[in-house]
Design a protein. Sequence first.
Length: 381
Amino acid sequence: MAKKTITNIIDYLIWRGDLTFAQDHFNEVDALVLSRFSYMDMKDILYNDKNGMTVAKAYELYSANIAERPKFHDQDPELFRLMAGSLRFGDLMLMYHDFRFDDDSVEQFSTITIKLADERYFLSFRGTDDTINGWKEDLLMTFDEEVPSQTDALEYLDLVATNTKGDLFLGGHSKGGNLAIYAALFCKDEVAQRIKGVFSFDGPGLHKNIVKDIDKKIALPLIATYMPQSSFFGKMLSHKELQVTVNSNASGVLQHDIYSWEVVRKDFVLTSEDTAISRAFDQAFHDYLEKLSRSERKEVVDIIFDAIGGCDGDKMEDLTKHFVGNLLKVMKHMNELDEEDGKLIKEAISILGDSLKDSIIEEVTSHIPFIKHDTDNKNEL
């Protein structure tokens, strides 16, 4: 069955692009557009440029060799083109673009600031890119209270705040949303008082050890996480901020793609609850965190990426291009693990598998009227 056609942020730009922010105020869909903008490859255009450049000018330079530029989504260049040609975004100033990548410290970080009208700034944090290093940093969040990109985000917010005046907005998609939240919560109070909104789009939460006193943070009431009904990434780790569920026309984990999110006029189309598969993944990930110690989780990540390290290429795309050969290499590596490491990997797989199975069975049987559910979540006829 074909996917239902929906209006998304591309349609929003076509429909709303002729209105400036003075004519129609900044909204949540604008935040998604600007959050996605940090995925554009512009290292050679305005890296560390404090003076700034308009979106329109940046696109002119970007498009000169667009075919050779890496892109993270097929619709990203179209998003950039429509922004550049619109009254709403074309004259906005881009500045303070930063990019950092380090294999040794497992760091993948990229961000850019977009100056809105009247001394207002939107700090856009890029999510995980296609590098294996970027994905490994994501998994570090399962056992480290702070990862390198979070430290980078906090330093970056301080840099922009020091060199600007006025209101600050922060946002990002995927890991970028996590970075926006982290920076807003742990910045200096004088910076936090300037923050007027924080937008995380299907970004994971924070490590449970650092959310204990989150309620006391100035920025918390200004933070919102938007996630699709079958969110997996956005459900990871701990959330204390407002959570909003957005309708997506994709299936399962593919709903992480923000171009599948439904927009009508200048609002997201909201849905009342998440799906069974999202709840099942949420429970499985929770069980994984609870049943394995921090050191065991670290060891699992090291084993997985040691195996991937023997594959061809350093990007996820490379892994899929040579899928069969790389899969055989990973399997060979896993078969050669010593007894202790092999046992740990099997335990991790067992925890995730059993939890998914139990969650799905519970979800299915909960809708069967003649099955009774007791307080221990056990099913009885």
